[in-house]
Design a protein around this ligand. Structure first.
Ligand code: PLP
Length: 380
C-alpha cells in the first residue's frame, strides 16, 4: 500500500528530530524542579534561562518578555482575560477570523466584533471606527488558520499609533494593547514584536514541529496582566506551575529550526501552492477562497459548490489523502465556519469547503495525488 499523503499541517505537525533530541536530557537525567536549591536543579534553571534567551533572540525581544505557556489556547486566554481583568470597564476588539480560543473567550468579556473583507482580511475601516476611549485591547491574528490570509498588521498598527498619541495628549491612561496570534504565520512570516509595535504575541509549538500543549508568549515589558492562574509564581506569575523544561527545550528547538528554515520553506511552499492552484483553477465547480496575494504559502482553501465537504474529506481519506474541512483546529461541531461566513461565502460554498495545508515533507507528487484524488471524489 502506498503511504498516505498528509495535507493537514495547519492542524498538526510531526515533532522534528531536533525538537525531540532537545527534550531528551530533561525527561530522565535532568528531571529536577528548576526551583530547587541543589546544584543539579540550578543547572536546569540555568538551562531554562538560556532557552528563554534563545527564544527572545529570535523574536528580538528581552528574555524577560518571553513566557512559556501550555499551548496557544492558554496563551490567548491569558492575554485576553489578563488585560480585560486589569482594566475594568474596558473592552476588546476582534473579528471572526480569530481562532476559537479567542472567539469563544470573547463571549465572556466586553467585546466588539469588526467586519472581515471578502478576501479574508480584517476590515481596517471597521476596526478604526470601533475604537473608543474604552478600548483596551485589539486582537488580530497574523495569519488565519482556515484560509491562510495574512492580516494587515502594519496598517492596523498605524491606526493604533495615532490613537495612542491622542490618548497621551488627552491624558487617557488606558493602554491600547495589541495581541497577535502568530501560531500559523511563524513558519513563513518572521515575528518581530518590537518592530511591529505590538504588545503580545503567541507561537503555538504544535504547529511548528514542536511538542503540543506548549507555546511561547511574548508580553511587552511593563504590561499589566491580571493572572488567570494562581500558584507558585513561575513564569513571573503569568503561568504558575513547575516548569516542564523538557517541553520548553523541545519548543525552543522548534522555534530555532523553524526560524532557520523560513526562507527556503516559504519559497518551496509558494512554488507548490502555485502549482496546485493552477491545477485546481482548471477544475469545474472548484473555486479558491481568500486572497492569493496576502496568504501563507502552504495554504490552499477551496469550495466545491454542490458537494458536501465531509463526504469529500472521507473520500479523499479512502484515496490516501488527509485533508480538512474548513478548520480542523476546533473540536468537531456542526456549526458552519465563522471565518467563511464573515467573508460572505454562501452556504453552498461553506458546505463544500476543503482545506489543504502543506508542510516540510510535501512534494509535487503529493500535490498531483491530491488533485487527482479530489477530481475522483467529485466524480463519484
Ligand atoms: N491559534 C491558532 C491560529 C491556531 O491555528 C490554533 C490551532 O489549533 C490555536 C491557536 C490553538 O492551538 P492549541 O490547540 O495548540 O492550543
Amino acid at each position: 500500500m502506498t503511504k498516505p499523503v498528509f495535507l493537514d499541517f495547519a492542524s498538526a505537525t510531526p515533532q522534528s528530530d531536533a525538537s525531540i533530541a532537545a527534550m531528551q536530557p530533561y525527561l530522565q537525567s535532568n528531571f529536577y524542579n528548576a526551583s530547587a536549591l541543589y546544584l543539579a536543579a540550578k543547572k536546569v534553571k540555568h538551562d531554562l534561562n538560556n532557552l528563554r534567551a534563545a527564544a527572545a533572540k529570535v523574536l528580538q525581544v528581552r528574555p524577560s518578555e518571553v513566557y512559556f505557556m501550555a499551548g496557544a489556547t492558554e496563551a490567548n486566554n491569558t492575554v485576553i482575560k489578563g488585560i480585560l481583568g486589569a482594566y475594568k470597564d474596558s473592552f476588546c476588539i476582534y473579528s471572526d477570523l480569530e481562532h476559537d480560543s479567542i472567539r469563544t473567550s470573547m463571549l465572556h468579556v466586553a467585546s466588539q466584533k469588526v467586519t472581515v473583507t471578502a478576501d479574508g482580511r480584517i476590515n481596517t475601516v471597521s476596526l478604526k471606527n470601533s475604537i473608543t476611549d474604552n478600548t483596551s485591547l485589539i486582537v488580530c491574528m497574523y495569519a488565519n488558520n482556515e484560509v491562510g490570509t495574512i492580516q494587515p498588521l502594519e496598517e492596523i498598527m498605524k491606526i493604533v499609533k495615532k490613537v495612542r498619541e491622542e490618548r497621551s495628549k488627552s491624558n487617557n491612561l488606558l493602554p491600547l494593547h495589541v495581541h497577535v496570534d502568530a501560531s500559523q504565520s511563524f513558519q513563513y512570516v518572521p515575528l518581530l514584536p518590537h518592530k511591529l509595535g505590538i504588545d503580545s504575541a503567541v507561537i503555538g509549538s504544535g504547529k511548528i514541529y514542536g511538542p503540543k500543549q506548549s507555546a511561547v508568549l511574548f508580553v511587552k515589558a511593563g504590561t499589566s496582566l491580571q493572572p488567570t492562574l494562581r500558584g507558585g509564581g513561575q513564569e513571573a506569575g503569568i503561568r504558575p506551575g513547575t516548569e516542564n523544561v523538557g517541553l520548553i527545550a523541545g519548543t525552543v528547538a522548534a522555534v530555532l529550526e523553524t526560524d532557520s528554515l523560513r526562507l527556503s520553506e516559504s519559497k518551496r511552499m509558494h512554488e507548490l501552492q502555485m502549482y496546485c492552484v493552477s491545477k485546481l483553477q482548471n477544475m469545474q465547480s472548484v473555486t479558491i477562497n481568500g486572497s492569493l496575494k496576502y496568504r501563507l504559502p502552504n495554504n490552499i482553501h477551496i469550495s466545491c459548490v454542490g458537494y458536501d465537504n465531509e463526504i469529500i474529506v472521507m473520500k479523499l481519506d479512502e484515496l490516501g489523502i488527509m485533508a480538512a474541512t474548513g478548520s480542523a483546529c476546533h473540536a468537531s461541531s456542526d456549526e458552519p465556519s465563522a471565518v467563511l461566513q464573515a467573508m460572505g461565502l454562501t452556504t453552498e460554498q461553506i458546505q463544500g469547503s476543503v482545506r489543504f495545508t502543506m508542510g516540510r515533507t510535501t512534494t509535487k507528487k503529493d500535490i498531483d495525488k491530491a488533485v487527482g484524488a479530489l477530481a475522483k471524489s467529485l466524480l463519484s
